[in-house]
Design a protein around this ligand. Structure first.
Ligand code: ADP
Ligand code: NI
Length: 221
C-alpha cells in the first residue's frame, strides 16, 4: 500500500507541474514558470534538510502563485482555482486543507502576516523568499519595475522602509527603492536554519550590488 500511495503522489506532483506550467507560461510579472520551478526545487531541498513532508510542501510550492492576486480577479478567486484543481486530484482531505492554508497565508504582505503555523509552510515560504534574494532576485526586480513603468532609480524619490499602495500611487517608487522596501528585509524574515544560511550569502551579494550601484551613480567608480 505504501508503494501505491507513493506512486499516486508522484502522479499528482506530475499533474501539478503540468497545471502550473500551463498557468504561468505566458507570465511576465516575475511569476513565470521558472520562478515556480526554482521555488519547487528549493522547497525539495529545504524539506529534506528540515524534515518536512515533501509531498505537501512540493504541492504547495507548485501551486502557490496560481492563487496570486495579481494573476486573478481577486485573491479568493485565485484560491478557489487552486481548491478546484486539488479536488480533481486524489489528494487526502487533510493534505488539501494544509496546502490551501499554506498558499493563503504565505505572502509577504509588508511583513505583517503572522508566522507560518507548520514546518511545511515555513519551508515553502522560505523557498519563495529566497527567490527574491540574490542575483536572480535583482533581475526579477528590474524586470518587474520595467513592467509597471517604474524607473531604475530616481534620487528625488526617497527610499522608505516599507511602502503602502497609497504611497506608491501618490509618490511612486523605483527598482532600487524596492531593495529597501522589501528585498533587503527578507533575510530577517526567514523561518528555517537551512534557508537562513543561503539567505545570508545572497543578501551580502545584494548589499554589495546596491553599494556599487550608488557609487557608479555618483560617478565615484
Ligand atoms: P512573490 O512571488 O515572491 O510573492 P511578488 O508578487 O511580490 O513576489 O513579486 C514578484 C517579484 O517581483 C519579486 O521578486 C519582487 O521582489 C518583485 N517585485 C514586486 N513588487 C515590485 C516593485 N514594486 N518593484 C520592483 N520589483 C517588484
Ligand atoms: Ni512566488
Amino acid at each position: 500500500a505504501a508503494n501505491t500511495v507513493k506512486a499516486q503522489q508522484d502522479d499528482t506532483i506530475a499533474a501539478a507541474i503540468a497545471f502550473a506550467r500551463a498557468f504561468h507560461e505566458k507570465d511576465d510579472t516575475g511569476h513565470d514558470w521558472w520562478h515556480i520551478h526554482r521555488v519547487s526545487k528549493m522547497t525539495e531541498r529545504l524539506a529534506e534538510a528540515e524534515g518536512a513532508d515533501r509531498f505537501v510542501a512540493l504541492l504547495a510550492a507548485l501551486l502557490h502563485d496560481v492563487a496570486d492576486e495579481k494573476l486573478n480577479d481577486s485573491k479568493e478567486i485565485g484560491l478557489q482555482r487552486v481548491r478546484d484543481w486539488l479536488v480533481s486530484q486524489p489528494v487526502a482531505v487533510e493534505d488539501r486543507g494544509h496546502v490551501i492554508e499554506i498558499i493563503s497565508t504565505m505572502s509577504y504582505n509588508a511583513g505583517l502576516n503572522p508566522p507560518m503555523r507548520t514546518l511545511e509552510g515555513q519551508v515553502v515560504q522560505d523557498a519563495d523568499r529566497l527567490d527574491a534574494i540574490g542575483s536572480i532576485a535583482i533581475a526579477r526586480c528590474f524586470l518587474y519595475a520595467g513592467k509597471i513603468g517604474d524607473p531604475i532609480y530616481d534620487p528625488a524619490i526617497k527610499p522608505r522602509d516599507s511602502i503602502t499602495k497609497e504611497q506608491y500611487r501618490n509618490e511612486g517608487s523605483t527598482a532600487i527603492n524596492h531593495f529597501y522596501e522589501k528585498l533587503l528585509k527578507l533575510k530577517d524574515r526567514i523561518n528555517t536554519p537551512s534557508a537562513k544560511i543561503i539567505a545570508e550569502e545572497r543578501h551580502r551579494f545584494m548589499e554589495q550590488y546596491v553599494q556599487q550601484f550608488h557609487a557608479e551613480w555618483d560617478g565615484l567608480i
